[in-house]
Design a protein around this ligand. Structure first.
Ligand code: HMG
Ligand code: MG
Length: 299
């Protein structure tokens, strides 16, 4: 059984672009975000406020947020690793923020230079400041289905991080397959572990990279379990600079095609979404085509 309606969180402007080597202008990022909003996406992770030394591509988050259209009903999100990032997000007038922890110690060190426990302690003041500013916080759990350095990650580790993120005030928990190697049974086990740690299904989100082509199957499994929020990136862009071997997020085009084809409402206009993908692929240059079956079939 599938839910009648699903919220797609579009992460293309953040996860999708953060790993691109060629500099992309703020103007192109703004054009991309505006087209995504015009396509009907209602939650867009547009920027991150992280160290520009660690992720240079995301250094212009303030300029991007200053330039985007703000149509009614569209909520912009920023990824933040600490209080400094949260302050940047508040100044940029986003509607939501996301902190990011890992279920694997090695990935935590490589990505944010601290242990899992230290990351939770950094999120605590950031979440408190977000609450004062009236911003809901999403908490990602990276490496929930496997780690590029440690391999298998036990569901119990996902449960422990979910509990810790809830305790510091996250309103939504996003189970992330950073590597994109997970299969439906592992996805279900990780989501079940987060739910068992106390996350209501309606506050769980699924974020699947598509390295091994498993993301749509994993999404279908999540929806059958009662999850109603899924992440995707237009054109299948994406990847984390600190996750070697991982490729892009599941393509938003493919998710929309799957869901609408199953009678699940997304509110997204596929034609307009293709326009957004086409626009950003053009800005990336090099004859880039969307990494999305539905986009290639329909273009
Ligand atoms: P650090 O070097 O340990 O931190 O980095 P620090 O506190 O010593 O600060 C070092 C410098 O960064 C200082 O500047 C700080 O001011 C500055 P300096 O004195 O050297 O000039 N700094 C900042 N600047 C701007 N914004 C900030 C900020 N914080 C410190 N918020 C840190 C620790 C966490 C900052 C660093 O490791 C970092 O920024 N990491 C981010 C890595 C990242 O963005 N990865 C990609 C996103 S995660 C992802 O893609 C996974 C996800 O999609 C889910 C999934 O698929 O798994 C979410
Ligand atoms: Mg990701």
């Amino acid at each position: 059984k599938l839910p009648p309606e699903v919220t797609i969180v579009e992460v293309g402007p953040r996860d999708g672009l953060q790993n691109e080597r060629t500099p992309i202008s703020a103007e192109s990022k703004i054009g991309f975000v505006n087209r995504l909003a015009a396509a009907g996406l209602r939650r867009i992770e547009a920027v991150s406020f992280v160290s520009p030394k660690w992720v240079p591509q995301m250094a212009d988050g303030a300029a991007v947020m200053a330039g985007v259209d703000r149509p009614p009903g569209v909520r912009y999100m920023a990824l933040v690793p600490n209080l400094k990032g949260l302050e940047g997000a508040v100044s940029a007038k986003v509607h939501e923020v996301a902190v990011f922890a890992s279920a694997s110690e090695t990935f935590s060190q490589r990505n944010i230079n601290c242990t899992i426990a230290e990351s939770i302690e950094r999120f605590r003041p950031a979440c408190a400041a977000a609450a004062s500013a009236g911003l809901p916080v999403r908490g990602y759990i990276s490496c929930a289905l496997g780690c590029p350095f440690e391999g298998a990650v036990p569901p119990a580790a996902v449960g422990r991080v979910a509990e810790a993120l809830l305790a510091v005030g996250c309103a939504e928990i996003c189970v992330a397959d950073t590597v994109g190697a997970g299969t439906p049974l592992r996805a279900a086990a990780a989501l079940r572990a987060a739910a068992a740690a106390g996350v209501p299904l309606l506050r769980l989100a699924a974020h699947f990279h598509d390295t091994y082509g498993q993301a749509l199957a994993n999404i279908l499994t999540a929806l059958q379990m009662g999850v109603t929020t899924v992440d995707a990136a237009a054109a299948g862009l994406g990847g984390c600079p600190y996750a070697p071997g991982a490729t892009g997020n599941v393509a938003t085009e493919d998710v929309v095609y799957l869901l609408e084809g199953c009678g699940v409402r997304t509110g997204v206009d596929l034609e307009r979404l293709l326009d957004a993908s086409d626009y950003i692929c053009g800005a990336l240059g090099g004859g880039r085509l969307p990494a999305a079956g539905a986009a290639r079939a329909l273009l």
